[in-house]
Write a protein that binds this ligand. Sequence first.
Ligand SMILES: [Zn+2]
Length: 351
Amino acid sequence: MKRDEMRGKISTVMGLIEPKELGFTLAHEHLVMDFRPACLDLGYASDRHLAMQPISLNNLEWIRKHRFSVLDNLLLLDEQEAIEETILFRNEGGEAIVELSNPGLGRDPLSLARVSRATGVHVVMGAGYYTSTRSHGEKVEKMGVDDLVEEFVGEINHGVGDTGIRPGVLGELGCVWPLAATERKVLQAAGMTQKLTGIPINIHPGRDQRAPMEILQILSESGADLSHVMMSHIDRTLMTHESRVEVLKTGCSIIYDSIGREGYFDLEIIIDIPNDNYRINHIMKLVDEGFSDRILLSCDVCTKDMRVKYGGHGYVHIPKYFVPLMKRKGVSDDVIKKLVVENPARILTIF
Ligand SMILES: [Zn+2]
């Protein structure tokens, strides 16, 4: 399919749709994913024993504090479970999910199409590679920037393999801090691919306040239009208002995507993380300063303990709890509509 046929539309796993059809959207999620490459080793034998146990009510609190060390917790392999959790979201008014599980994490176009068909929720699928440590491997190491562009453009125009299912976004493109050489290559290829195809880009920045600006510079030098770039994980990366404003001033959009995570990020990954009330305070301050057009929301459900079935908050959290909380704290209906409907529709549109 040529760029002219896709321009002005959003590419979902069920085909192209008009931006106005998208509706209430979560901008950064995972529905079916094998997150094993992210598994952290706790070292001690007795801890490893605990980390090998399946998730249950008995170990849920321990898992919440070590969520990235527990093998079972990192396996979102059950399509039926993804459907059930998506239906909870839909039943509270949810209409679209951006699914950013990369090829190295078991990206599954046909499964995403089945989830979309079973639930009626639009699913926009990702492309490209996650971090060098968790997804690149020898394959990406050997590829040149042009090889990567060829692969990305091929998927965007013709679909993944012989599935005929096309990605609607390049991402989440993973970066560590300091940025790895192969990650720089993927970013350059992403900028060039966007220039050729008009596809939006989603970034997973390294865990450092300086990471987003460095990445945006590489993208922009490679030809990307930053008004179609989304910077994920803002609530664990940019801890000051000033740093958020600096990033927004480049023209890119930011995603608050740890919404619903209120306690430990993980004991092994020490990160300051705000709760939902603070997130809303941050957002209100940015809205006051004129940035309401460039903020998006999501929960980045990437482990079992974040799902409703296992005592977590799930995709349903934003329509069911976060939107009402925003209203009670004084965010207007017009602004809320921008964050969950209008901004995703505009930014995800192929240009
Ligand atoms: Zn993610």
